[in-house]
Design a protein around this ligand. Sequence first.
Ligand code: Y12
Ligand code: CO
Length: 172
Amino acid sequence: MIRKIITYPNPILKKQSSDIINFDESLWGLLDDMFETMKSRDGIGLASIQIAKPWSVFMINLVDEEGLQKDENLVEYVNPKILSSSGTTTYQEGCLSVPGFYEDIKRADKIEVEYFNRFGEKQFENLDGLGAIAFQHEFDHLQGKLFIEKLSFLKRKKFEKEWKKQLKNKKF
Ligand code: Y12
Ligand code: CO
C-alpha cells in the first residue's frame, strides 16, 4: 500500500527511531509499503519515519551503470550502524520529506556499516560514492535529523525563504 510521506516541518520527523526486535510480518509489511511508496515518488532512499513509523529501518535503491533503477538492487537496512567512516565528499541532496529543495551537503566519503536484513540476518557492507551518501542521509533520519539541518546559517535562511514561498503556492 502506498503511504503518505510526511514533510518538513512535521515534528514526527524529529523523532528518534527504535530498533526492531521482531523480524516478522509487521516488519515485512512495512518494508513492502515503503518500497511501493518510494517507487511511486521516484525516490532512491526512504526511512520508515518518513511514513510516520519510528522504526530503525530504511531502504536504498540506487540506479545502475546504465541509469536504470532495478527492483533487485533494493537494499533494506534494519537496525543499521556506522562502524567507521573516512574522507569527505559533497553531493547535491534531496529528500522526499523536503520536496523541491536540493542543496550541497558534505559527508564522509567511505563508510563501513552493519545492519540486519528483513530476516534478522546480520550483514556487513563497505560503501562509497552515492551509496555512502544515501546511507548517511537515511541514517540521519533515524536520529530525527534532516539534511537541511546540516546547512550553513545563510543557506538555511535561503531554504526557509524558498520553503515559505513554495507553501504559499501550495505545490505540495
Ligand atoms: C543522495 C542524496 C540523497 C538521498 C536520499 C534519498 N532522496 C530521495 O530519494 C529524493 C527523492 C526526491 C524525489 C523527487 O521527485 C518526486 O517526488 C517525483 C523530488 O522532487 C519533488 O518532490 C518535487 C525530491 C526528492 C540519496 C542519495
Ligand atoms: Co530524506
